[in-house]
Design a protein around this ligand. Structure first.
Ligand code: CDP
Ligand code: MG
Length: 797
């Protein structure tokens, strides 16, 4: 037996076996859809026959013959009615020269990779190639995924315009909105949207081809999609409904996709598109400013403006404002470009500047690859990138400005040579450039993965560790994710018996629970999904939905701590701060509601905003970001639908104008929040710790040695409750908890027994949350974490 076990564990790690396992699992998922497939195939045949009767007989028959001969290859040419200007502009794009090569490769291979510099025409043209070759003519669609919403929307508009087709045919779908219809043939979407669709239909039967765009960005969803599609494409072939996969990258670094045996057994061919790029002269700085690179960028900009002939200038990427009159002969027309910017503001960069001005765009890395702004001649590159970093163990996140990679520095420089020879001014020395990493790291290796693990478990991929990731996350991160999901009740607890090795393996292959499936259907991270799953109690659901929506949308409040740029502004800013602080105090409420803390402020903000009709003016006056509030409104609608779909008998109706929760509901909300954020518990420092002044007003968390704090802007800054849960810890000047809510001491042993030691403090091996008297009563039977709502499928304890 010993030997058998040994053998099977070997088998487990061999990649071939993995693939078979994968396919089995895949088959499980798709058993149900077998019958649907047959029916849709029949329908298509009918449709073809009908077309034949309607159309010119002879031509159709020959097409039909071709189709029959090689059912996988659409043999039709679909004409597109482009305007002469569009046609002319297209012909200048390097990708056009490769159309034949690309389409032949597509015909002959299930998957291909296309590399070509930004601006070579990949995103706008390749979908059109597929369309013309008939990939959207059999009732299926061509799907294109983008890591950014901005790109999905703007590219769909652009392609619709180029093809002279309405947006019902060339459409987009992003998290909250889209214009997809039954006539849609080309569909741009974010990678997250396609992942959700795979959950509903593993074979993606609506699509004839999927293009994964911007694969070089290595966004987490893009990586996962490539892993999944590496299995879906062969399956579709096996079932006689071929599908094509095109991976598009702006850099040549594609070995993670092509030379990855776990991903593709036969490496997909790589087609390189030669960029028709004008030469860009690179100017390095002699010295490298370490601190004030924004000031340096400003000076460089002014200098270029004074000395060099007029042309568009782009500063990439920095966080800078050019307000002073740069001393040029013509005024500088300065526009910002970053992803949180309102869309109509973003669109301005594509329009010509007012006559007699020179356009200067100050951008973050949005402009590095996903959007090409026409006619840029000078690029000022400060060499930095602002990235979110997570601590692998504690999950503490911080935004850090670090050096970028050589690959992205080169991308940035490339932006200057789109229409004529250009110049790139690097605000760092060539020696510093030499020290940059060659490429940016895949995002998946840098962030927690519990959301992905849950999504994969819901796809019946039980051993996530065996999934063919282009770059796998660390085992450490996977174990942490499974543990969190177990504690949330989304996965079954691994057995605690058997040999150590088996136990370790079991930890990485916990099966999903019915509650986990419900949670996976909510488009939010597992901690928040858990809150939604509990929200029914005491009619709290509308509030839970509002709070979850507010927590998942980035930055709903205006930044009160931003530095003032002048004396005058400083006093105005102080006034505004005082008024907005007052406002937040109002939303935080009094008495019981105050203990819901920052989440009550969020709830109050959402309520007040809806009451006022969610106008830009109200948001501006109340220190709320309008774009965020609109997003919250949409997300509330979407979450309400999701909850209703999982649990129709609940039948939540979200009244846009919420009345404030009752005291009783606030207590319930606090417990629901605790259920989701239980692993983010913190207790006020006490006892010996207080000897050290660094622990004054500080909190302790289970995983960290350092003190963490409640931010002065928090509703609970003055209250300092003994126990709190927090949404996240951000490291700025100190470790600050964000989204803090108070927890009653007696809830801790009741709901989080895993953090408690029950007994006398003297016996405790780790006295972290031990009650000082050792007399906290324990209600282990009511492990809150296992309780879902009264779904027939969810077990109650
Ligand atoms: O995907 P890739 O970076 O290879 O190129 P693309 O996005 O397809 O862009 C091809 C060309 O279309 C570029 O020269 C863009 O400047 C232009 N374009 C545009 O003028 N307006 C848009 N909204 C999108 C693209
Ligand atoms: Mg592109």
């Amino acid at each position: 037996e010993e030997q058998k076990a040994e053998e099977s564990s070997d088998v487990d790690t061999s990649s071939d076996e993995d693939e078979d396992e994968q396919e089995d699992e895949v088959n499980n998922t798709t058993d149900m859809s077998e019958c649907k497939e047959t029916s849709s195939v029949c329908q298509e045949t009918k449709r073809e026959v009908k077309v034949e009767q309607d159309g010119e007989k002879e031509k159709k028959i020959s097409d039909q013959e071709k189709v029959q001969k090689k059912p996988s290859e659409p043999a039709i040419f679909i004409p597109v009615d482009r305007s002469p200007e569009v046609q002319e502009a297209r012909l200048k794009l390097p990708v056009l020269a490769e159309e034949q090569v690309i389409m032949e490769a597509v015909r002959e291979n299930p998957s291909i990779v296309i590399c070509g510099e930004t601006g070579s025409g990949k995103t706008t043209q390749v979908p059109q190639f597929l369309y013309e070759a008939g990939y959207a003519s059999d009732g299926r669609m061509i799907g294109i995924t983008e890591p950014r919403r901005v790109a999905a929307v703007s590219m769909s508009h652009r392609v619709a315009k180029e093809m002279n087709l309405p947006t019902q045919v060339v459409s987009y779908q992003i998290r909250y909105e889209g214009n997809v219809t039954s006539d849609t043939k080309i569909k741009f979407m974010t990678d997250g949207v396609l992942l959700k669709e795979i959950q509903k239909d593993f074979l993606l039967q609506k699509y004839s081809a999927i293009i994964i765009d911007e694969a070089h960005e290595r966004s987490v969803y893009t990586d996962i999609l490539i892993g999944l599609l590496s299995r879906i494409v062969p399956l579709r072939n096996k079932k006689g409904m071929p599908m094509k996969l095109l991976i598009m990258s702006a850099t040549l670094r594609v070995e993670d996709f092509t030379e990855n045996q776990r991903l593709f057994r036969t490496p997909p061919p790589v087609i390189k598109v030669d960029a028709r790029q004008f030469p860009v002269t690179i100017h390095f700085n002699k010295r490298t400013p370490l601190e004030d690179y924004t000031g340096e960028a400003f000076h460089k900009t002014c200098k270029i403006h004074r000395m060099l002939p007029p042309a568009t200038l782009q500063i990439l990427p920095c966080f800078l404002s050019v307000e002073e009159k740069a001393d040029g002969s013509i005024p500088l027309y300065v526009l910002p470009l970053y992803s949180l910017l309102a869309p109509e503001q973003q669109a301005k960069v594509f329009r010509p500047p007012p006559p007699g001005t020179r356009l200067c765009i100050i951008a973050t890395n949005v402009a590095e690859t996903s959007l090409t702004i026409p006619g840029i001649k000078y690029v000022v590159d400060c060499g930095r990138v602002k990235k979110r970093f997570y601590d692998k163990v504690t999950g503490v996140s911080s935004f850090k400005v670090t050096w970028t990679s050589q690959a992205s520095a080169n991308q940035r420089a490339g932006r200057a040579g789109r229409t004529e020879p250009g110049h790139c001014y690097r605000l760092y020395s060539s020696a510093v450039f030499g020290d940059f990493t060659l490429f940016s790291e895949a995002e998946i290796t840098r962030r927690p993965v519990e959301d992905l693990v849950l999504q994969m478990k819901d796809l019946n991929i039980e051993k996530v560790v065996n999934f063919p990731f282009p770059t796998p996350p660390s085992t450490e991160a996977l174990v942490a994710a499974e543990q969190l999901l177990v504690s949330l009740g989304a996965l079954e607890e691994p057995p605690c018996t058997g040999r150590l090795k088996d136990m370790q393996r079991a930890k990485l292959s916990c099966p999903i629970t019915p509650l986990g499936r419900a949670m996976a259907s909510f488009p939010v991270a597992p901690r928040y999904a858990k809150m939604l799953a509990l929200g029914k109690q005491q009619d709290c659901l509308p509030y839970v939905i509002a709070v979850v929506a507010a927590m998942t949308v980035r930055e709903i409040f205006e930044d009160l701590d931003r530095p003032a740029r002048s004396e005058d502004e400083s006093s105005k800013l102080n006034q505004r701060r005082a008024r907005l602080t007052q406002m937040r105090r109002l939303w935080a409420g009094q008495g019981a509601s105050l203990l819901l803390g920052d989440l009550m402020i969020m709830l109050g903000a959402v309520g007040a905003c809806e009451f006022a009709g969610c106008t830009p003016r109200f948001c501006e006056n109340s220190g709320l970001r309008y774009k965020a509030m609109v997003e919250i409104r949409k997300l509330r609608g979407q979450l309400t639908n999701a909850v209703n779909a999982v649990c129709p008998e609940v039948g939540v109706f979200v009244d846009p104008k919420m009345t404030p929760p009752t005291e009783h509901q606030v207590v319930c909300l606090r417990q629901i929040v605790l259920a989701g954020l239980g692993d983010h518990l913190a207790r006020r420092a006490q006892g010996e710790d207080l000897v050290d002044p660094k622990w004054k007003n500080a909190y302790k968390t289970p995983l960290m040695d350092e003190p963490v704090f409640i931010h002065p802007n928090s509703a609970l800054f003055k209250t300092l409750p003994e126990f709190v849960v927090y949404q996240e810890i951000m490291e700025t000047s100190k470790m600050y908890m964000r989204g803090v809510s108070a927890v009653e001491a007696e809830w801790v042993p009741q709901f989080l027994p895993q953090y408690c030691h029950f007994g006398s403090p003297l016996e405790s091996p780790s006295p972290w949350f031990c009650s000082s008297t050792g007399t906290i009563r324990c209600h282990r039977s009511s492990t809150f974490f296992r309780v879902g709502w009264q779904l027939p499928a969810v077990e109650m304890e």
